[in-house]
Write a protein that binds this ligand. Structure first.
Ligand SMILES: CC(C)(COP(=O)(O)OP(=O)(O)OC[C@H]1O[C@@H](n2cnc3c(N)ncnc32)[C@H](O)[C@@H]1OP(=O)(O)O)[C@@H](O)C(=O)NCCC(=O)NCCS
Length: 246
């Protein structure tokens, strides 16, 4: 996938690209040369090799994908950040929007045309050490978590967490946005809904939260414009369509 054909992204379509640092067959020596100087310095600062390798793969795969959507060489893409750390394309001028999430060895890039997008993934694990975080959630969300039996609790926690993160990442605010300033509800069998958002100029109704599982026991959510009509999960290594989500 390092050099691959251009990708068209029709209006209303969102692509989710999945890759895994432990499963990718793309040789890692192809990744580092794609990064710019600042990214290589950041890579060198990671304490653990696995974190460094994950960052390098995530950034190199992002550059290679954006190259295919924008028609510019991966090394020539320049990024800028908003004050909360969300990345945007500075060069070339482009209406492509994207967001990145990693958890464990997994990476997902969400790519949209002209509308913001936010994605989060979490490896499903024991949530016991994270339960204190739920005291920062909206009261209705806390009640939903408490209503779960012991077996369902981890799934509920990470489902809620990925939905909340996908939304705050789509807004570009990250964790600067108080986690109790908005509430997500989960109807049995339906899509999660943003019930309310007390933030300035919030338009919770203009977002759709779509859950997906890039692989077994990895929970994901992507926050997309409500007008999105086609959301697809694709494999970064092979380019194969893994699943149509919407
Ligand atoms: C954006 C944020 C919410 C995501 O953090 P995270 O869960 O650690 O990491 P993710 O893998 O989901 O996302 C990281 C990517 O989000 C992007 N990002 C950073 N700030 C962002 C923002 N304000 N809005 C949208 N995206 C942002 C970056 O591209 C980053 O990737 P990079 O570091 O390779 O450039 C971050 O602000 C944060 O502080 N997270 C803390 C998470 C936490 O406490 N988790 C524990 C509970 S499971």
């Amino acid at each position: 996938m390092i050099s691959a054909p251009a990708i068209e992204l029709p209006a209303g379509a969102v692509h989710l690209w999945y890759t895994s640092a432990t499963q990718t067959r793309i040789p890692s020596d192809q990744h580092l040369p794609i990064l710019d100087e600042k990214e290589r310095c950041r890579a060198a600062r990671f304490h653990f090799d696995r974190d460094r390798e994950l960052f390098i793969l995530a950034r190199a795969s992002l550059r290679c994908l954006l190259a295919r959507y924008t028609g510019v060489d991966p090394t020539r893409i320049r990024f800028k950040q908003n004050p909360y750390g969300k990345l945007f394309i500075e060069h070339p001028a482009s209406s492509v929007r994207f967001n990145v999430a990693h958890s464990g060895d997994c990476i997902v890039h969400a790519i949209a045309q002209g509308s913001e997008v936010g994605v989060d993934i979490e490896i499903l694990r024991n949530s016991a050490e994270l339960t204190s975080i739920s005291s920062y959630f909206a009261p209705g969300e806390q009640a939903w978590l408490l209503a779960a039996g012991a077996q369902a609790r981890d799934t509920r926690f990470f489902t809620l967490w990925t939905c909340k993160e996908a939304y705050i990442k789509a807004l570009g605010q990250g964790l600067s946005k108080p986690l109790d300033s908005f509430e997500i509800s989960f109807a049995e069998g339906g899509e999660p809904k943003i019930l309310s958002d007390s933030g300035n100029n919030a338009h919770p109704g203009s977002w759709r939260l779509l859950r997906f599982e890039p692989r077994r026991n990895v929970l994901g959510c992507v926050a997309v414009d409500v007008a999105s009509t086609r959301v697809e999960l694709l494999d970064y290594d092979t380019g194969a369509l893994l699943r149509r989500i919407v």
